[in-house]
Design a protein around this ligand. Structure first.
Ligand SMILES: [Zn+2]
Ligand SMILES: [Zn+2]
Length: 144
């Protein structure tokens, strides 16, 4: 049998030039023997399935990697829960109430200041009214 152009020939047809190499076993194949699917060119259905399976494995690895990424997200979520739990622990262990007391004291001071200011305001207001009253009295009553 003649070897066409001395190039690669089909593994099944030694008188036909190979148009591709099997994606799985790398053997040369002619156009007729070519089995093609999803961009894979193979010598047989068996090789095609192997090629597809290897892609499936690759996809699986990618999927698993993605899952690892979401696991990382879960891990950071857990980290936050731990941080919050620690903060809550600090709060309930006595440091928190101290803050609370400080806040309450601050609030009381503010309330006292506001009440003081309000009293001062009332005082000033009544003073002003008194002065105005005196003025009006003196105007309204010419006898004075
Ligand atoms: Zn093959
Ligand atoms: Zn062939």
């Amino acid at each position: 049998m003649a070897n066409l152009n001395n190039g690669p020939v089909c593994i099944n047809h030694h008188d036909r030039p190979a148009v591709a190499h099997c994606a799985s076993c790398r053997r040369p194949i002619c156009e007729e023997c070519l089995v093609e699917q999803d961009g894979f060119k193979c010598c047989s259905k068996k090789c095609l399935q192997q090629a597809l399976a290897s892609t499936a494995v690759t996809n699986d690895v990618i999927k698993r990697r993605n899952r690892a990424g979401s696991l990382g997200a879960v891990a950071s979520f857990i980290k936050w829960i731990v941080i919050i739990a620690v903060l809550a622990g600090i709060w309930f262990s006595g440091l928190g109430p101290k803050w609370l007391r400080w806040l309450m004291r601050k609030k009381d001071q503010t309330v006292q200041t506001v009440q003081q200011k309000a009293q001062e305001g009332v005082q000033k207001d009544s003073d002003r009214r008194k002065r105005q009253g005196d003025f009006y009295d003196s105007v309204a009553d010419p006898k004075r």
